[in-house]
Design a protein around this ligand. Sequence first.
Ligand SMILES: [Zn+2]
Length: 289
Amino acid sequence: MTATSIENIRRHLEALIGERNPFSSPAALDSAGGYLEAQFRMLKLDVRTEPVGFEGIESNNVLGVLPGAKPLAEPFVLAAHYDTVEGSPGADDNASAVAALLETARLLGGASLAAPLVLAAFTLEEYGFIGSRDFIERAKGQGFCGMISLEMVGYSDSAPGSQSYPPYIDASRYPDRGDFVAVVGNEPSDALTQAVSEGLRQSSPALAVEQLVVPGRGDMFREVNLSDHSPFWQNGTPAVMITDTAFLRNPNYHQATDTLETLDLDLIANVALGVAGFLKHYLSAGRLK
Ligand SMILES: [Zn+2]
C-alpha cells in the first residue's frame, strides 16, 4: 500500500460519494457512471456501457476490459456495484469498492494477463442484482473462469465486540474485532475462495483476511448472498465476495451516515493491492496454460 494509492482512492471517493439512486437521484447515478467510463478510458481499457432497463428507468453497467494474451480464454470478472439505496451517500456501500476496483485496475497497468479481465461497475444491485443479472444474460452462455464481487471494503473497527455474525456461522472461529476483510464463497467456489484468500495475504501482508465457504450453492444463507456474486453462483461460475461484512459491522449501512469520514482508506488500499497481486498470479500464462 502506497501514498499514491491512498491519494487515488480519496480522489475517487470524493468524486463518487453522494446518493446515486436510479429513482431519487438518476442524474447523480449517470454522472457516477460517466466518471467510471472516463477513468476506465484513462487506464487504457476497452470501455463499453450496457444499458439496463428496470421499472421504466434505464441506467448503465460500465465495463472496462483488459484483453488477455489468449483472447479466447474465458474472462475473469472483477466487479463492484456503484448504485446506492435512497437516502444514503453510499460511501462504504459501495463507493469504497468502486474506488478499490479503479485502483486495482491502475495497479495492474501493463501487466500481461493470459485471460481477459472484465472490470465491471454494475448498476441496480440494490434492487436485486439487476445489473449483474443483465450482464450474465447478455453473455448468453459464455463462460467465465471466475468472478470477484467487491462489496463494501472500507469500514473497520478494532474495538472488541465490534464484529457480529449471522447465526449459522460459528463465531468462536472468527475474530470479534471488525478489522479484517472476509472472502466468502460457496462449495463450487471452494478452490477460488482459498486462492483469493492466499493471494490477498501474500500480496497485501498488512491486510487481515478471513475466509468462509458456505455449504452447497449457498442459497440458504441470506447474508452471504447480498451482492453481485449471487447471480454468478446461480449461473455456476466460481465466484467470491470480498467484504467488510456490511451491517454485521458497519452501523451506517444504508443510512445517511455512510460518509467519507467513517471510512478506513488504508483498508481500501490494502484490498486493491491484494486483489491486483492475486489477479496477476491467477491469470498468468504459466498458471493458465
Ligand atoms: Zn452494496
